[in-house]
Design a protein around this ligand. Structure first.
Ligand SMILES: [Zn+2]
Length: 266
Protein backbone atom coordinates (compact mmCIF):
# COMPACT_ATOMS: atom_id res chain seq x y z
CA UNK A 1 0.00 0.00 0.00
CA UNK A 2 1.46 3.30 -1.02
CA UNK A 3 0.42 5.60 1.77
CA UNK A 4 2.00 8.64 0.22
CA UNK A 5 0.35 8.40 -3.15
CA UNK A 6 -2.33 11.01 -2.41
CA UNK A 7 -0.12 13.37 -0.38
CA UNK A 8 -2.98 13.99 2.04
CA UNK A 9 -1.39 16.39 4.47
CA UNK A 10 2.15 17.17 3.49
CA UNK A 11 1.85 19.15 0.29
CA UNK A 12 1.30 22.90 0.39
CA UNK A 13 -2.12 24.26 -0.61
CA UNK A 14 -0.91 25.53 -3.96
CA UNK A 15 0.26 22.09 -5.07
CA UNK A 16 -2.88 20.54 -3.77
CA UNK A 17 -5.00 22.97 -5.69
CA UNK A 18 -3.27 22.16 -8.93
CA UNK A 19 -3.82 18.46 -8.36
CA UNK A 20 -7.49 19.09 -7.86
CA UNK A 21 -7.84 21.08 -11.01
CA UNK A 22 -6.43 18.14 -12.94
CA UNK A 23 -8.62 15.76 -11.11
CA UNK A 24 -11.87 17.68 -11.53
CA UNK A 25 -11.37 17.88 -15.28
CA UNK A 26 -11.89 14.13 -15.38
CA UNK A 27 -15.63 14.40 -14.86
CA UNK A 28 -18.11 13.69 -12.11
CA UNK A 29 -17.80 11.37 -9.20
CA UNK A 30 -20.38 8.90 -8.07
CA UNK A 31 -20.74 7.66 -4.54
CA UNK A 32 -20.88 3.90 -4.28
CA UNK A 33 -22.08 2.02 -1.24
CA UNK A 34 -21.95 -1.73 -1.05
CA UNK A 35 -19.70 -4.73 -0.88
CA UNK A 36 -16.03 -4.71 -1.71
CA UNK A 37 -16.88 -6.47 -4.99
CA UNK A 38 -19.31 -3.70 -5.89
CA UNK A 39 -16.61 -1.19 -5.18
CA UNK A 40 -14.00 -2.99 -7.24
CA UNK A 41 -16.46 -3.31 -10.11
CA UNK A 42 -17.45 0.33 -9.73
CA UNK A 43 -13.96 1.80 -9.78
CA UNK A 44 -13.16 -0.06 -12.98
CA UNK A 45 -16.11 1.49 -14.79
CA UNK A 46 -16.60 4.99 -13.43
CA UNK A 47 -14.77 7.43 -11.16
CA UNK A 48 -16.26 6.90 -7.73
CA UNK A 49 -15.90 7.94 -4.12
CA UNK A 50 -16.99 6.26 -0.92
CA UNK A 51 -19.60 8.14 1.11
CA UNK A 52 -18.84 8.08 4.82
CA UNK A 53 -21.79 8.19 7.23
CA UNK A 54 -22.57 11.56 8.80
CA UNK A 55 -22.89 10.07 12.26
CA UNK A 56 -20.13 7.73 13.40
CA UNK A 57 -20.55 7.61 17.22
CA UNK A 58 -18.18 4.78 18.08
CA UNK A 59 -17.79 3.37 14.56
CA UNK A 60 -14.50 5.23 14.04
CA UNK A 61 -12.18 2.21 14.39
CA UNK A 62 -14.39 0.14 12.10
CA UNK A 63 -14.48 2.91 9.50
CA UNK A 64 -10.72 3.36 9.77
CA UNK A 65 -10.19 -0.34 9.03
CA UNK A 66 -12.66 -0.30 6.15
CA UNK A 67 -10.99 2.75 4.64
CA UNK A 68 -7.65 0.91 4.65
CA UNK A 69 -9.28 -2.09 2.92
CA UNK A 70 -10.94 0.15 0.37
CA UNK A 71 -7.68 1.88 -0.37
CA UNK A 72 -6.06 -1.50 -0.98
CA UNK A 73 -8.94 -2.27 -3.35
CA UNK A 74 -8.08 0.83 -5.34
CA UNK A 75 -10.41 3.46 -3.91
CA UNK A 76 -8.81 6.89 -3.97
CA UNK A 77 -11.66 9.24 -3.02
CA UNK A 78 -14.03 9.73 -0.12
CA UNK A 79 -17.04 11.99 0.52
CA UNK A 80 -17.01 13.21 4.11
CA UNK A 81 -19.81 15.27 5.61
CA UNK A 82 -18.28 15.74 9.04
CA UNK A 83 -14.92 16.86 10.30
CA UNK A 84 -14.21 13.54 12.07
CA UNK A 85 -15.00 11.55 8.92
CA UNK A 86 -12.83 13.90 6.86
CA UNK A 87 -9.96 13.44 9.33
CA UNK A 88 -10.23 9.63 9.17
CA UNK A 89 -10.16 9.69 5.37
CA UNK A 90 -7.24 12.09 5.35
CA UNK A 91 -5.31 9.87 7.78
CA UNK A 92 -5.99 6.90 5.50
CA UNK A 93 -4.31 8.79 2.67
CA UNK A 94 -7.45 9.25 0.61
CA UNK A 95 -8.56 12.31 -1.33
CA UNK A 96 -11.35 13.96 0.65
CA UNK A 97 -14.36 15.67 -0.90
CA UNK A 98 -16.18 17.78 1.69
CA UNK A 99 -19.93 17.31 1.99
CA UNK A 100 -22.78 19.81 2.38
CA UNK A 101 -22.98 19.05 6.11
CA UNK A 102 -19.62 20.66 6.79
CA UNK A 103 -21.88 23.72 6.54
CA UNK A 104 -19.53 25.88 4.53
CA UNK A 105 -21.24 29.26 4.41
CA UNK A 106 -18.35 31.73 4.29
CA UNK A 107 -14.93 32.34 2.79
CA UNK A 108 -13.10 31.85 6.11
CA UNK A 109 -14.48 28.31 6.37
CA UNK A 110 -13.44 27.63 2.78
CA UNK A 111 -9.92 28.79 3.58
CA UNK A 112 -9.78 26.66 6.72
CA UNK A 113 -10.85 23.55 4.84
CA UNK A 114 -8.39 24.32 2.05
CA UNK A 115 -5.57 24.29 4.61
CA UNK A 116 -7.06 21.12 6.14
CA UNK A 117 -6.59 19.47 2.77
CA UNK A 118 -10.02 18.96 1.21
CA UNK A 119 -9.82 18.56 -2.53
CA UNK A 120 -13.18 20.24 -3.02
CA UNK A 121 -16.42 20.78 -1.12
CA UNK A 122 -20.14 21.11 -1.42
CA UNK A 123 -21.30 24.38 0.07
CA UNK A 124 -24.11 24.56 2.60
CA UNK A 125 -27.52 24.26 0.93
CA UNK A 126 -28.73 27.02 3.24
CA UNK A 127 -26.94 29.61 1.12
CA UNK A 128 -28.79 31.36 -1.66
CA UNK A 129 -27.35 30.90 -5.14
CA UNK A 130 -26.19 34.53 -4.97
CA UNK A 131 -24.45 34.11 -1.62
CA UNK A 132 -22.81 30.90 -2.84
CA UNK A 133 -21.55 32.62 -6.00
CA UNK A 134 -19.98 35.43 -3.96
CA UNK A 135 -17.77 33.26 -1.71
CA UNK A 136 -14.01 33.69 -2.00
CA UNK A 137 -11.13 31.29 -1.59
CA UNK A 138 -9.60 28.89 -4.07
CA UNK A 139 -11.14 25.57 -3.02
CA UNK A 140 -13.21 24.05 -5.84
CA UNK A 141 -16.82 24.14 -4.67
CA UNK A 142 -20.26 22.97 -5.66
CA UNK A 143 -23.91 22.98 -4.69
CA UNK A 144 -26.53 20.28 -4.43
CA UNK A 145 -28.56 20.83 -7.58
CA UNK A 146 -30.86 17.87 -7.15
CA UNK A 147 -32.01 15.71 -4.29
CA UNK A 148 -33.97 15.29 -1.10
CA UNK A 149 -31.84 17.21 1.34
CA UNK A 150 -31.63 15.94 4.92
CA UNK A 151 -33.79 17.76 7.46
CA UNK A 152 -32.67 15.90 10.57
CA UNK A 153 -29.91 13.57 11.66
CA UNK A 154 -31.11 11.45 14.58
CA UNK A 155 -29.16 9.13 16.86
CA UNK A 156 -32.05 6.65 17.02
CA UNK A 157 -34.19 5.64 14.10
CA UNK A 158 -37.61 7.37 14.26
CA UNK A 159 -39.17 4.33 12.54
CA UNK A 160 -37.59 1.63 14.69
CA UNK A 161 -40.71 1.19 16.85
CA UNK A 162 -43.11 1.23 13.92
CA UNK A 163 -44.72 -1.91 12.51
CA UNK A 164 -42.05 -1.96 9.83
CA UNK A 165 -38.97 -1.07 11.82
CA UNK A 166 -36.47 0.13 9.29
CA UNK A 167 -34.08 -2.75 9.73
CA UNK A 168 -36.69 -5.07 8.25
CA UNK A 169 -37.74 -2.72 5.47
CA UNK A 170 -36.60 -3.12 1.92
CA UNK A 171 -37.68 0.41 1.08
CA UNK A 172 -36.92 3.33 3.38
CA UNK A 173 -39.63 3.92 6.01
CA UNK A 174 -41.32 7.32 6.20
CA UNK A 175 -42.42 9.82 8.81
CA UNK A 176 -45.86 11.27 8.04
CA UNK A 177 -46.76 14.71 9.35
CA UNK A 178 -50.23 16.01 10.28
CA UNK A 179 -50.86 17.13 6.70
CA UNK A 180 -50.07 13.66 5.38
CA UNK A 181 -46.72 14.71 3.89
CA UNK A 182 -44.19 11.90 3.94
CA UNK A 183 -40.53 12.25 4.84
CA UNK A 184 -38.35 9.23 4.02
CA UNK A 185 -35.87 7.95 6.58
CA UNK A 186 -32.46 6.57 5.69
CA UNK A 187 -30.41 4.75 8.26
CA UNK A 188 -26.71 4.96 7.58
CA UNK A 189 -23.77 4.43 9.87
CA UNK A 190 -24.70 5.05 13.49
CA UNK A 191 -27.55 7.47 12.70
CA UNK A 192 -30.76 7.99 10.81
CA UNK A 193 -31.39 10.77 8.39
CA UNK A 194 -34.86 12.20 7.77
CA UNK A 195 -34.88 13.63 4.26
CA UNK A 196 -37.23 16.14 2.69
CA UNK A 197 -40.57 15.08 1.24
CA UNK A 198 -39.61 16.49 -2.17
CA UNK A 199 -36.27 16.93 -3.91
CA UNK A 200 -34.49 20.15 -4.74
CA UNK A 201 -34.92 20.69 -8.47
CA UNK A 202 -32.73 23.14 -10.38
CA UNK A 203 -32.47 21.51 -13.82
CA UNK A 204 -34.45 24.41 -15.33
CA UNK A 205 -32.43 27.06 -13.46
CA UNK A 206 -28.87 25.87 -14.02
CA UNK A 207 -27.89 29.18 -15.60
CA UNK A 208 -28.69 30.89 -12.27
CA UNK A 209 -26.10 28.84 -10.39
CA UNK A 210 -22.84 30.70 -10.88
CA UNK A 211 -19.18 30.28 -9.93
CA UNK A 212 -19.49 26.59 -9.11
CA UNK A 213 -16.92 23.99 -10.10
CA UNK A 214 -19.41 21.14 -9.92
CA UNK A 215 -23.02 20.34 -9.05
CA UNK A 216 -24.18 17.37 -7.00
CA UNK A 217 -27.23 15.29 -7.87
CA UNK A 218 -27.95 13.51 -4.61
CA UNK A 219 -30.05 10.36 -4.97
CA UNK A 220 -31.76 8.85 -1.95
CA UNK A 221 -35.07 7.09 -2.58
CA UNK A 222 -35.25 7.24 -6.39
CA UNK A 223 -35.60 4.11 -8.52
CA UNK A 224 -33.06 3.49 -11.26
CA UNK A 225 -35.60 4.76 -13.83
CA UNK A 226 -36.14 7.97 -11.87
CA UNK A 227 -32.39 8.47 -11.57
CA UNK A 228 -32.06 8.06 -15.30
CA UNK A 229 -34.77 10.68 -15.95
CA UNK A 230 -33.15 13.11 -13.52
CA UNK A 231 -29.72 12.66 -15.07
CA UNK A 232 -31.16 13.25 -18.54
CA UNK A 233 -32.98 16.40 -17.40
CA UNK A 234 -29.79 17.85 -15.92
CA UNK A 235 -27.71 16.86 -18.93
CA UNK A 236 -30.17 18.43 -21.36
CA UNK A 237 -29.84 21.77 -19.54
CA UNK A 238 -33.26 22.99 -20.69
CA UNK A 239 -35.60 20.70 -18.83
CA UNK A 240 -39.04 21.98 -17.84
CA UNK A 241 -39.74 22.04 -14.09
CA UNK A 242 -41.67 19.08 -12.70
CA UNK A 243 -45.31 19.60 -11.59
CA UNK A 244 -45.78 22.17 -8.77
CA UNK A 245 -45.62 20.58 -5.34
CA UNK A 246 -43.35 17.76 -6.48
CA UNK A 247 -40.13 19.69 -5.98
CA UNK A 248 -38.56 22.56 -4.05
CA UNK A 249 -35.98 25.24 -4.71
CA UNK A 250 -34.80 24.75 -1.15
CA UNK A 251 -33.32 27.93 0.26
CA UNK A 252 -31.52 28.87 -2.94
CA UNK A 253 -33.73 31.93 -3.43
CA UNK A 254 -35.09 32.53 0.07
CA UNK A 255 -31.98 31.93 2.18
CA UNK A 256 -32.24 31.79 5.94
CA UNK A 257 -32.67 34.50 8.55
CA UNK A 258 -31.17 34.61 11.98
CA UNK A 259 -33.03 36.08 14.93
CA UNK A 260 -31.33 39.29 16.11
CA UNK A 261 -29.26 38.53 19.22
CA UNK A 262 -30.98 39.45 22.46
CA UNK A 263 -34.46 39.75 20.98
CA UNK A 264 -37.26 38.73 23.35
CA UNK A 265 -34.79 38.17 26.12
CA UNK A 266 -35.47 41.33 28.10
ZN1 LIG B 1 -34.05 3.13 10.75
Amino acid sequence: MDRNAQKPAGSPPQDRRRNHEKQTQGGGEVAVAGTQQDVERGIRDIPCALELPRGLFGMEAQVQKRLRQMKEAGVTDVWAGTLDAAALAKEAGLRVHGGFSLNLTNSAAIEWYTAFGLSDAELSFELTVHQAAALGGALPRGLIAYGRVPLMLTRNCPAANGPQGCLKCKTPPVLTDRKGVQFPIRCTGACSEVVNSVPVWMADRLNEIRNMDFLTLRFTTESMDERQRVLEAYRSGNAAPPPPGSFTRGLYYRGFQMEPAGRDRG
